[in-house]
Design a protein around this ligand. Structure first.
Ligand SMILES: [Zn+2]
Ligand SMILES: [Zn+2]
Ligand SMILES: [Zn+2]
Length: 147
């Protein structure tokens, strides 16, 4: 009989009761299958949470890489508050791009070494005000001043 080091009971040393593993001399796991199963269940929630957190950290990292790659400020008004900055597809095409790379724009751009052509940084204000081909109030002011 084989002793399970978790539940401390003896069970037949077969693959019916212990998972096979090359790590151990007898070719069977230290824990019995029942223990493995309950351990996996207990850890699933913990694991899922840490997986989510790792994902969020990765996205935050990508975002800060993106902002640095594109100059760390709004090209229109010079806003440098990171939370306000967004990636702008020059001349549109954002939705098409999003579809092409499965909504993983930053992952895609990171892979391509942050191509400068066609992309720039805008803050939310400027981004919204330039939607649909409008001119941002910042630029309008300048034009008025020049005129
Ligand atoms: Zn066990
Ligand atoms: Zn701006
Ligand atoms: Zn602006």
């Amino acid at each position: 009989m084989k002793h399970c080091s978790r539940c401390k009971t003896f069970k037949p040393p077969t693959s019916e009761f212990f998972a096979r593993t090359k790590k151990n001399k007898d070719g069977l796991d230290f824990w019995c299958l029942a223990c493995k199963r309950s351990w996996r269940k207990e850890n699933e929630t913990v694991w899922r949470k840490s997986y989510r957190e790792a994902g969020a950290r990765y996205r935050a990292k990508l975002r800060s890489l993106m902002i640095e790659a594109y100059g760390s400020k709004c090209v229109c008004c010079g806003e440098t508050e990171l939370d306000f900055l967004t990636l702008e597809h020059i001349g549109g095409g954002g939705n098409k791009h999003r579809k092409e790379c499965n909504n993983q724009i930053l992952v895609d751009l990171n892979k391509r070494g942050w191509p400068k052509e066609g992309f720039t940084l805008l803050c939310y204000n400027c981004n919204l005000s330039t939607r649909f081909g409008r001119i941002c109030p910042h630029k309008r002011q300048i034009m008025i001043q020049v005129a």
